[in-house]
Design a protein around this ligand. Sequence first.
Ligand code: F6P
Length: 523
Amino acid sequence: MSRNEPTLNQTIQGHAERMAKASLIELFDRDPSRMSRLSIGAAGLHLDLSKQFLDQAVLSVMLEQFENRNTSARMEDLFTGAIVNTTEGRAVLHTGLRDPQTVRDQAVADDIRASLQKVEAFADAVRLQKRLGVTGRSLTQIVHLGIGGSDLGPRLLYDAARYHRDSRFTLRFAANVDPSDINDALFGLDPETTLVIMVSKSFSTQETKLNANVARAWLETSLGKDKAAEHFVAVTANGQGAREFGIAEDAIFGFGDYVGGRFSLWSAVSLSLAIALGPSFMDRFRQGAKVLDEHFRSVSAKDNLVFRKAICDIWNRSYLGFPTRCVVPYAKALSLLPQYLQQLEMESNGKAVTLNEVPVSQETAATVWGTEGTNAQHAYFQHLHQSSTRTPVDFIGVIADRENNPYSTRVLHANMIAQAEALMLGEASPGDAHRRFTGNRPSSMIWLDALDPEPIGALIALHEHKVFLEAVFWNINAFDQFGVELGKKLAKGTLASLEGAIGAHDASTLSHIERLRAVQTSS
Ligand code: F6P
């Protein structure tokens, strides 16, 4: 490199300054093939980044950055089962659950197969009425207890699977320690036909254990203490914890600690779905993700759906400085997707320290928020169109109409496309500043061919791998979550204070404790 040649960082900063001043409409005017250049499809998904502040030059420099980070080798480590979660000394094998053949360690691959086979056999037994309740009735009401990664994925998937449900089964979820959640989940159910599935990777999560105690007591009251156990199973990576909780060995569905909580919906964690939707649904779901995995692993970075999405989100956050990203699924069945992505992206990459234990020099994970469209249009879209803060939006749509209502589906599609167009084009309103739309607001569009298990699996895998690539880029560990620990630890002391053993607290915290204690004492 000659003395006057810019470094890669200077080149990138130059592009960031150029894009910060760019007009999306001008970018289209300058490059008639912009739409096709910035659109890409794979595994039943189609991604359009043409309304983002990106162009070929930006993609090229970002790809160069990935090359400099040894990304291919890091990807191989992920897929083959190397210890990529270095702070906890663990492999991260959600991809191995989709295809155990990719896992180098045969014992681990066999463990994955055995775990999924046990789930399938149990689900089939319940579905075929070979495994009945203690009074001989079918177990058709499933209650799934878990929180965070032991809840959000299965809950999202159950909603998303609305066209693949089996009317014989109902599935309810309870996550929150707020007692209303478990009470709602059990309300109106018949213990004789209810199966409770407690899901906790660590088996140490306070909320799940408390809810499990309530559910177990509810079963015991009707079925008797000994018999109730027949209606209660656990899914965990901590078999010892489950046994100590009084769960019999054959009622424990294990999985390895090589599956991260927020990446665990491919594992035994989705036992409830295997029962309610059938094991073949889960197979198809994993198959869809596997197709995306193969695309990610085998297609060159420049033509790779995952690299494109990662580059866009990193670019918006770390170079253009957008602090948040709004995710709006235009499909009611995907309404939980923003919540799911909040955990996947923010728990994974909401970090400020590199693998070398020094502060990250760039802004990392954006705040993810959003709700389903079109409802969102009647809530916060005012802000998206006219506020002083610009927010990139991910519009997520489904092409096929499965409701047999083509006109309403067309209206839904029209709204989604029009909102993206309006954000970009804006509208001049001479003489009336209040009615003016400045436009030039970026968005991405992701289409799923249909709400079938394969594209849903691919959509989730796309985001998982995007999170991984972001972490490679920022040189952080996407797979630990120490940031959730402090609050949990303090809550133990706060509970003791609420129960009378008042510990040391700041003045504000203390005043809230005293307020609650006053109510407790007088009631
Ligand atoms: O508190 C955060 C967290 O540890 C998540 O990472 C995890 O998905 C969730 O709690 C539930 O954990 P577990 O499955 O161990 O109960």
